[in-house]
Ligand binder design. Structure first.
Ligand code: KG4
Ligand code: ZN
Length: 344
């Protein structure tokens, strides 16, 4: 009898926002994860949906070819094609979905539709080697990206519930909008992180958002930051240049504290000490430092993915696809992109 675990080869395709990505997964291990980041949005201060779709169309074939080449695999070896069905920008999702369906039709390779947010959570199960420790169930995952801020309770790979979410802006959006007000290019999150390293987080005090239950809100903070800057600039037109590092450190401290307060509350409420983070903002160095402090204080087992699996990538879509492959949850050719797809 063969007791070997199934090691399917999955081609993952991600195109929900402004990164075109393709990855090859064999079993639990990633053999390639190619990401083409779109530079075209930098000067606009945010993602321009139409430009994003056009760039996906240009990138998708070379990115998939490169992923297969780096993994040293041909399409004949692939057991399933996993693609991002949503949530995301409709035009961007349409490119990945249409391409995945056409490829499946042409090759007869089964198709798997993946929820992008489930992908972020399941990225924790990508193994660099056999010894890598993965979260035990149930665990909590804080997903903080440019489009989403969610607290997810994960009871099994394909069984997760959103227990808290933002009612307006996402945490990454708060970073990016604050950065824009400070004159920094898009995406401003990493630049705020960089400047904050030389700043004093207590230099300026902003209200720490605190919503009911386990929800988040960042639009009030954005407005108070805007009015604060306007007032200071009237008094001193060089206010931002003279205080950039302190402004970044104070804003970063406010956003991160708001997010971690809710995570701490959720862990206590659900009595869970397996804690994971995901999404682009989990790359933030202050967030990571504060998380380690909290993990020591509360005895949490922390899981933080490798940087390339934090931001948008197809490796996470491929691993989510693997879980669905094992359960034989295949999609049909009438699958359509869903910009508002919810976690099941
Ligand atoms: O997950 P992601 O790549 O794309 C979305 O699904 O949105 O997240 C991108 C977000 C952007 O808002 C970016 O500014 C933020 O993640 N980000 C950071 C850092 N690196 C990326 N925010 C704060 N500090 C960072 N180091
Ligand atoms: Zn994302």
């Amino acid at each position: 009898m063969n007791n070997q675990p199934i090691k399917p080869i999955i081609l993952g395709i991600e195109s929900s926002c402004d990164d075109t990505s393709a990855a090859v997964l064999v079993g639990d291990q990633i053999k390639s994860n190619i990401i083409a980041t779109q530079k075209v949005h930098e000067s606009y201060g945010g993602v321009v949906p139409e430009l994003a779709s056009r760039a996906h169309q240009q990138h998708i074939v070379p990115v998939i070819n490169e992923a297969l080449k780096v993994a040293n695999i041909t399409l004949k070896d692939v057991d399933a094609i996993a693609f991002t069905q949503g949530p995301g920008l409709l035009g961007s999702l349409l490119v990945g979905t249409s391409f995945a369906k056409s490829l499946s039709l042409a090759t007869n390779i089964p198709l798997i539709a993946v929820n992008h947010m489930e992908g972020h959570v399941l990225a924790h199960f990508i193994k660099e080697d056999e010894k890598q420790v993965v979260p035990n169930f149930p665990f909590l995952c804080l997903t903080v990206s440019g489009g989403h801020t969610q607290l997810v309770k994960v009871t099994s790979p394909l069984n997760m519930t959103v227990i808290g979410a933002t009612i307006d802006d996402a945490a990454g959006e708060a970073f990016d909008k604050a950065a824009k007000m400070l004159g920094l290019p898009y995406p401003g999150g990493p630049l705020v992180d960089k400047h904050a390293k030389s700043g004093n987080k207590f230099a300026f005090e902003f209200p720490i958002p605190n919503m009911d239950e386990l929800n988040f809100s960042f639009s009030g903070l954005k407005t108070s930051f805007l009015y604060f800057l306007k007032k200071q600039l009237k008094l001193n037109e060089n206010f931002i240049q003279e205080n950039l590092n302190d402004l970044c450190a104070s804003m970063q401290h406010t956003i991160v504290t708001a997010v971690l307060n809710k995570l701490t509350q959720a862990a206590a409420l659900h009595n869970i000490s397996e804690i994971a983070i995901a999404g682009g903002v989990s790359a933030n160095s202050y967030l990571r430092d504060q998380l380690n402090i909290l993990a020591n204080k509360h005895g949490w087992n922390m899981f933080i993915p490798k940087f390339e699996y934090c931001t948008d990538n197809a490796a996470m879509i491929a691993i989510a696809g693997k879980f669905k492959y094992v359960q034989k949850q295949f999609a049909t050719l009438d699958a359509v992109p869903n910009p508002r797809l919810k976690i099941s």
